[in-house]
Design a protein around this ligand. Sequence first.
Ligand SMILES: Nc1ncnc2c1ncn2[C@@H]1O[C@H](COP(=O)(O)OP(=O)(O)O)[C@@H](O)[C@H]1O
Ligand SMILES: [Mg+2]
Length: 251
Amino acid sequence: MTSTFSAPKDFSLELRDIIFAYPSRPMLLDKISLRMDTNSRIGLIGSNGTGKTTLARIALGLETPTQGQVFFMGAPVSAHTNAADFSKVRERVGYLFQNPDDQLFCPTVLEDVAFGPLNQGLSPENARITASRTLTALGLDGFEGRVTHKLSGGEKKLVALASIMSMLPSALILDEPTNDLDPETRTRLIRILGEWPGSLLVISHDWDFLTQVTNTVMALENGKLRQEDGEFFHQHRHIHPHGDVPHTHEG
Ligand SMILES: Nc1ncnc2c1ncn2[C@@H]1O[C@H](COP(=O)(O)OP(=O)(O)O)[C@@H](O)[C@H]1O
Ligand SMILES: [Mg+2]
């Protein structure tokens, strides 16, 4: 019996003392530090507009912090001093965009999922084989020829996930992966991420989801990151047997 995903390789990506504001806007991130290691499983929760997506974009070099530093494999990376620095990060980190329409741009599912492996230098045949394997691992057999832009929101999310997993990343950063997912697809995603052996950072406002796929939850609020206390975390863990049935918390 082979596992769906290969064993993780050494990995570390760290944000250290990050301060960030968009031009002419108030400070968004106020000295934030966060570290992903080989086996990290971190959840990031917070209200809309608190800067969660911005934080992920800084980790990938898509935004440059006002102050502070990103470290990859223990060494500082900077888009200013060396434009290639962050390409090393992006080779190892699969980033699932908040909006799958920003991620998927090929006519068919197979082309989208094979695009990354092709870009990594695989032959068209090997890229196709890798893409098909990834689709199978995600329960998307039969989707190869589907027209990407006609998929449902949830299907697009899974195909976008396949398109990053096909590049065999060491880490996943998933931005609001449960948006648009029906309960069945959400359960499937929980299973997939349960099998994922690498580093994981999940941005979500879905508490139940985070408690099932991560083991530490950080909350971003007023520019600061704090670890959610175990009591709140624990309370939600006991809700799980009820699955996706809507529920409230009392007391
Ligand atoms: N390119 C940008 N320029 C100016 N403001 C932006 C830009 N991108 C996001 N913002 C603003 O920064 C804040 C944080 O955005 P974001 O990181 O997307 O938050 P979250 O993902 O937590 O909802 C929001 O107020 C948003 O409107
Ligand atoms: Mg966001």
